[in-house]
Ligand binder design. Sequence first.
Ligand code: R5P
Length: 292
Amino acid sequence: MPDVDDLKESKNYYSDTPQKSEGFFLKGSNSLEWGMKDRLARIFNPVSGNTVMLAFDHGYLMGPTSGLERMDLTIVPLVEHADCIMCTRGALRTVIPPTAGKPVSLRYSSGTTVLTELNDECLMDIEEAVRLNASLLAVMVAVGDRYEATTIRNLTRTVDLGTRFGIPTLGVTAVGKDMARDARYLSMASRVCAENGAHVVKTYFCDDFEKVTSTCPVPIVLAGGKKLPELDALTMAYKAIDQGANGVDMGRNIFQAGDPIAMIQAVKAVVHDRETPEKAFDLYNTLKDEQK
Ligand code: R5P
């Protein structure tokens, strides 16, 4: 216990220096509670304002897809290069070392697989997310889909539950088979996520992507989509950042790349340093050669 008998009277008021009241660096996040901001500041780099999130949650709806057959061998070496990892609780508990020290975007909704009809999903317990120290709760939102209402209820419930514990929500725009991946649809889907309380939105690249980012009041991270040639994937990431995205949440274009460790570093150069796609591709090839 501190000695209370000899307390010195404090006079260090620094009256000529007003206490700082700083705004938060992320779009649409200034009114959030301290814990939410702390988690977001671990995901998004406060200097660049952006993030490279490594997504490997595909198994929950696709099974052991190419590159994810042995996540202990293919994903774990990538984790140190990511700003954040996005995965299921199953992957987290079975292969990711708790010493990795990376914020986790936890796949919080779960449901049907590619063998039936996607997006008929439910949510896990919030206690489980707290137990796993999740920094972000990732929920599928299928606007215009048969399961639209279910997924929007899931989003709403997740925002409510996460708010109790200071954990932000990531709305993942799931594009149905009949939906066009264009700016009109993706800006609507992203806006629906944000208006229903999502703190971050993940969506796909499209022509006039600036419409999607500028009409969404919270940060957008780019979903990678199917595997592209490395230069094309870096070009897509560059254009997305240039048009207002706050990072990428990329899976197959990293872990299915010719050299995944070189690729994630090249993606980081684009996302954090605004490196051009050509220079980032040079970096990819240099790092690839070094690792031979
Ligand atoms: C899709 O719902 C999953 O959240 C994937 O993690 C997501 O699509 C990102 O992975 P990819 O870059 O391979 O599309």
